[in-house]
Design a binder for this molecule. Structure first.
Ligand SMILES: [Cu+2]
Length: 500
């Protein structure tokens, strides 16, 4: 066949696929199609009804392991409850099954699902459920409106295979979703999914609180921020630290991991990325036809993806929303901890996490919340402030000034034994909030650089860091207060910079 006739053959084949109502033109003409819902009915359910195993995140129920359609009974309870959203910060979440995201549901294509939605007696709101895996108006929403202390039931046949989001659709819908009312349902293909070593359930969501990021205490929902799509937190599995430190997802070298990654929104689209890994296989948007060798996959609000990769090198793999301020400043960060022998032929080795992530790899901000509670109770001591300040320093200042306060020669001035601090200990509060630029001389060395303002910190965080620095490394001691920080914040920062 010459080049021209080959091209013609391709055009003709593509045309034929179009005529027969074949799959979308992004799929090669000869790619097998599932036939969608029209070929998803495998007849009436067989055998005794099965009670679905539901799991809390990050766990995924076992494969269904069936070669025939069945009737599957799902019982899901809506629970409204206060839970941590960050260290020392709580939020009243509305949940499917007591967790954010809600319980993971797993069925087989062709199954008849009898869905029971309960709303706990102590709930304040009515709720319902819209499952994106349902064929029928509202995805179940209209049939499942449930008042507190009640239960609703509806039945659907899972005609399309794939990974689907479910969510509450009770007005105001955005608020119910923003409060954590979403989860995933997997409709396995008839032959099941290929076996892997680990399956995990990870779901992103954006959250809107009246207080700032990490502002302590119970934080109410902020409708205005939600409408402006300006989240305070962007999180995996409903809390900062839900999947870091002790709660990192475990795996070993030589294993293959499959992640079911959902995005509840309500507003943001996720650029899902695992730092240091490449997705060997992705089912983008939860669809059937895979993509291979992907760095970052987009997960729409109200969408999901299946992501798989094989692990060669041990270490901490950080999952982020690569809209990167969300990861480092709003909490969208999770860790896959891979154990195993080094493989120097593939990667030379050297952990860079502490530099890359600061306290975010292993948020251990207990001291910070202790100090916040003590402050609220009016019993805050200098030692509590120093302990909290030390934690915060690690996350905020140590990338430049180093954990030991020595700085980096010629680049970042030392805070340890700094004569600049000693000359005027009080001004450190302003330096933190307003930053510093222009020439400064510290211990006889000139610096002419820029320190960006750290005004993302709350007033008590600034006070605690300042107190820690003043009482460390031979500095003159003293105590910085929240009021001092508030006063410094209220000043015009430009006027302040002119002083130096
Ligand atoms: Cu709801």
């Amino acid at each position: 066949m010459n080049r021209l006739s080959l091209a013609l053959a391709v055009v003709v084949a593509a045309g034929l696929a179009g005529c027969t109502g074949g799959a979308s033109d992004t799929v090669a003409a000869d790619a097998p199609t599932t036939g969608g819902s029209a070929r998803g009915d495998f007849g009436p359910p067989q055998g005794e009804p099965i009670h679905a195993v539901l799991t809390s995140p990050p766990h995924v129920p076992p494969p269904v392991g069936r070669d025939h359609p069945a009737k599957v009974v799902v019982e899901l309870e809506v629970v409204e409850k206060e839970m941590p959203i960050s260290e020392g910060v709580t939020y009243t979440f509305w949940t499917f099954g007591g967790t954010v995201p809600g319980s993971f549901i797993r069925v087989r294509q062709g199954d008849t699902v009898e869905f029971h939605l309960k709303n706990a007696p102590d709930s304040k709101m009515p709720h319902n459920i819209d499952l994106h895996g349902v064929t029928g108006p509202g995805g179940g929403a209209a049939s499942s409106f449930t008042a507190p202390g009640h239960e609703s039931q509806f039945t659907f046949k899972a005609l399309n295979q794939g990974i689907y989001v479910y969510h509450c659709a009770t007005a105001p819908v955005g608020m119910h979703v923003a409060n954590g009312m979403y989860g995933l349902i997997l409709v396995e293909p008839p032959e099941g999914l290929p076996k892997v070593d680990h399956e995990y359930y990870v779901m992103q969501g954006d959250f809107y609180t009246t207080g700032k990021y990490r502002e302590k205490g119970l934080q109410p929902f902020d409708m205005e921020k939600a409408i402006d799509e300006n989240p305070t937190y962007v999180l995996f599995n409903g809390a900062e630290g839900a999947l870091t430190g002790d709660r990192s997802l475990p795996a070993k070298t030589g294993e293959t991991v499959r992640l079911f990654v959902g995005n509840g929104g309500p507003n943001l689209v996720s650029s899902f990325h695992v730092i240091g890994e490449i997705f060997d296989r992705v089912q983008p948007e939860g669809g059937t036809h895979p993509q291979e060798n992907v760095q970052t996959t987009l997960i729409p609000a109200g969408g999901a993806a299946i992501v798989e990769f094989h692990l060669e090198v041990p270490g901490s793999y950080v999952m982020v929303d690569h809209s990167i301020f969300r990861a480092f400043n709003k909490g969208a960060l999770a860790i896959l901890k891979v154990d195993g022998a080094e493989n120097k032929a593939i990667y030379s080795g050297k952990e860079v996490d502490s530099v890359y992530l600061g306290d975010r790899a292993e948020p251990n901000l207990k001291a910070v919340s202790t100090a916040a509670k003590a402050h609220a109770a009016g019993t805050l001591t200098r030692d509590e402030q120093i302990a909290a300040g030390k934690q915060l320093f690690t996350g905020t200042c140590s990338v430049c000034h180093q954990a030991n306060g020595e700085g980096l020669k010629g680049v970042f001035p030392p805070l340890a034994g700094s004569d600049y601090i000693a000359q005027d200990p009080r001004r450190i509060v302003k330096t933190i909030l307003h930053g510093l630029s222009g020439k400064v001389t510290v211990n006889g060395t000139d610096y002419n650089s820029v320190m960006p303002p750290m005004n993302q910190l709350t007033d008590d965080e600034v006070a605690n860091i300042a107190t820690f620095v003043l009482n460390s490394w031979g500095n003159p001691g003293g105590l910085a207060t929240k009021d001092e920080a508030a006063a410094a914040r209220a000043e015009n920062p430009n006027a302040k910079q002119a002083e130096h």
